[in-house]
Design a protein around this ligand. Structure first.
Ligand SMILES: NC(=O)c1ccc[n+]([C@@H]2O[C@H](COP(=O)([O-])OP(=O)(O)OC[C@H]3O[C@@H](n4cnc5c(N)ncnc54)[C@H](OP(=O)(O)O)[C@@H]3O)[C@@H](O)[C@H]2O)c1
Length: 273
């Protein structure tokens, strides 16, 4: 799988999301197996958060990476209400315990909250010095937030990006590119919803003999410096997502997608879920 440099490490351009994992104990074994399969297929970047199932998703990840921790690039996120000088180290310790590891490769502020950015950054930097995290970054930050943060130490910004939500192409993507900050695209296949039934997507998928979700992922990967983190539990989905890295869309595909899903012509407020 193609890789790019994130936080000084080569990571695959398609990783695995974990939102909604860890919520239903009857799905635990399937979820662990899905992540393990994804790792085997090269999707060794795993994105999680203390928020997901209130720690439940991190526990699923912890089990999935047991014995293969060194093969995985682990991303987790701290709640904004824990992002204080005192709260961050405690939240990180809890995450580490659930993940059954002694370091997180990349630790993100999930979205902006009540604590000053300088305080959060200071706490992140301390964790880095202690070796508890490799690097830190942010999520759901718009250009003005990144300008205020003004830190070259910030390794990434994780934001909503898919064919239906292209707002970041106007200003955020160019800004991040200019500042050598890879972007992590969340909900890359529109949460498996109506996007996948769109006729334009289905037509292109049929032409290439692939699935609409694979087209949606390949479309995201047309941009250098963007990593997609689809979440999948069904075995078939995991396999298709890993294979999507091989798909190259042609100019006529990209034109058809631009006609069906317009690129932004002016600044749009950062979309979030
Ligand atoms: N930073 C943030 O604020 C933020 C917000 C949202 C999400 N995220 C992260 O981004 C990840 C991805 O976003 P998401 O989970 O919301 O949405 P998503 O990855 O766009 O979609 C996940 C849904 O699509 C289905 N799916 C997966 N692969 C498929 C395929 N090849 N064909 C058809 N359907 C497929 C999944 O089904 P099955 O599971 O049944 O296979 C699941 O229902 C999250 O899991 C999370 O790690 C971050």
């Amino acid at each position: 799988m193609r890789t790019l440099e994130l936080a000084g490490v080569n990571v695959p351009v398609i990783g695995q999301g974990t939102w909604r994992m860890g919520e239903d104990p009857s799905q635990h074994t399937r979820e662990v197996a899905a992540l393990r399969l994804g790792i085997e297929l090269g999707m060794t970047l795993i994105d999680t958060a203390e928020m997901y199932a209130e720690g439940g998703a991190e526990k699923v990840v912890g089990e999935a990476i047991e014995g293969i921790r060194d093969q995985v690039f682990l991303v987790s996120k701290v709640y904004p209400h824990n992002a204080s000088r005192k709260g961050i180290p405690q939240a990180c310790e809890r995450s580490l315990r659930r993940l059954k590891t002694d370091y997180i490769d990349l630790y993100l502020l999930h979205w902006r909250g009540q604590y000053p950015l300088e305080e959060t950054v200071e706490a992140f930097e301390r964790l880095r010095e202690e070796g508890k995290i490799g690097r830190w970054g942010v999520s759901n930050f718009d250009v003005d937030d990144l300008q205020e943060l003004a830190s070259p130490a910030c390794a990434t910004n994780q934001v909503l990006y898919n064919l239906e939500e292209r707002g970041i192409e106007f200003d955020l993507l160019p800004w991040c590119h200019q500042h050598h900050q890879p972007v992590m695209a969340y909900c890359p296949i529109g949460q498996g919803g109506q996007l996948l039934a769109h006729p334009a997507l289905k037509q292109i998928a049929a032409r290439h003999g692939v699935s609409p979700a694979q087209v949606a992922l390949a479309w995201i990967l047309r941009t250098p410096d963007v990593i997609a983190i689809p979440k999948a539990v069904r075995t078939e989905h995991v396999q298709l997502n890993a294979q999507a890295a091989q798909l190259r869309l042609e100019d006529e595909d990209l034109k058809a997608l631009d006609q069906a899903f317009h690129a932004p012509q002016r600044k749009q407020r950062l979309a979030m879920v």
